[in-house]
Ligand binder design. Sequence first.
Ligand code: NAI
Length: 457
Amino acid sequence: MTTITILGAGPGGYVAALRAAQMGADVHLIDMGQVGGTCLNVGCIPTKALLHAGDFYHTASAGAVPGVDCGAVTADWDEIQNHKGLIVHELVSGVESLLRAYKVHMHHGRASLVSPNSVSVENEGTLVSDAVIIATGSEPVQLQFPGADLPLVIDSTQALAIDHVPSSLTIIGGGVIGVEFATLFADFGTKVAIVEMLDEILPPCDHDVATLAHEFLIERGISIHTGAKVTSISSDGVLHAVTQSGDIELQSELVLMAVGRKPRLPDGVTQLGIACEKGAIKVNDNFETSVKGVYAIGDCNGLLMLAHVASSQGEAAVEHILTGKHSYNPNVQPSCVYTNPEIASVGLTEDQAKQQGFDYRCGTFSMAGNGKAMIEGSVEGFVKLIADADSGELFGAHIVGPRATDLISELAMVMSMEGLVDDIANLTHPHPTISEAVREAAKGVFGSPIHGLPARR
Ligand code: NAI
């Protein structure tokens, strides 16, 4: 029986452990914290639990459905936090019982690499195995400037555990964490400002998406300062930043630092001579490091820091160890931002298609032309598809709108099968659904959407 030792029980490590056990391996899983890692404990799950409560509170307070009066809507932050904790607890317990059911050996303690096939666990001893998977995740980047270490400067973990809704919050970084926390606290009535170093928020997103996100965040009452470099924060909560148009000062109760995450590597990586680049463990297409038999998956390899990507890479590494092959495709990994409306994308942005020299065409369809979006009072958004100008093969898809994060899987599937926009355009989509906007955008790439004028380039 093949023995595999996995360092880190986040969405990368625990999924790898379950998959390996299902495939018949003898699995040792080590974590110094709670099973579930950042995602389940202090990331995706608790953030989305609070975002859901905030969205519901905001929608009910705003009387979003004409004719429905919710009366005086109140939010009990302690109760919302308790509910968040309960969801996290249930999910973590669920994963723990699955690991037990599949007879994964769980070890609690700090793990270090000793040799390519042995790992020591603090207070436990050494585990020897046929293969090792490093899945130790990442941690927030901390900027250094005067005032950066003041207690009023918090990170996303502290923001999630906060015991009250702050009256005002300045967020450094307009990336995914920045805009999700901006949405969350603005929904509960916090006065929120975002300070972003680049000229645009959400840097990895398609330009049209980032532009619309900027607009709808501002409509929500969030102020956004782009091209701004933070220089200091004073103890009374005044943040100083320089911009091309002059210096700015923003006063707030708290400052959230959300300027990215960096890979977290276990002890022993350097000693074993495992190659790293920009602080991340270098891997080949099979997620194997420069040392044979040692794999690195998820945030610690720095390829794409997303929970679902870590899980898929974990499955792929295990399949490679046990069968010599896997089916992970790096080009069709979806990414999602849980703003309101939601944002989701897969594949190339238009700028990337341009830079890579593709002859492409875009088809777009506005949510304003979609009946279900209108019924739900959420017409802000669009579907944008980028396809080969000749064959119509789908290269990229970008959705802003209700349930964008669920809709994106259809497009990831088409891309993974090297499908064409016509495959989508020719497929009947149920009515009335938001998914009809996807079909309309597909029709718009070469022809016209039925419920709209051609909006292709
Ligand atoms: P990020 O890399 O997405 O964004 C960081 C932002 O901070 C960038 O826009 C950057 O230009 C800006 N920045 C950097 N230095 C700055 C400075 N000195 N002053 C002002 N702005 C500055 O990182 P983020 O948002 O912290 O997220 C970390 C990781 O977690 C990302 O890989 C993200 O994909 C992942 N994540 C994913 C989520 C999702 O899938 N929904 C949710 C939350 C996080």
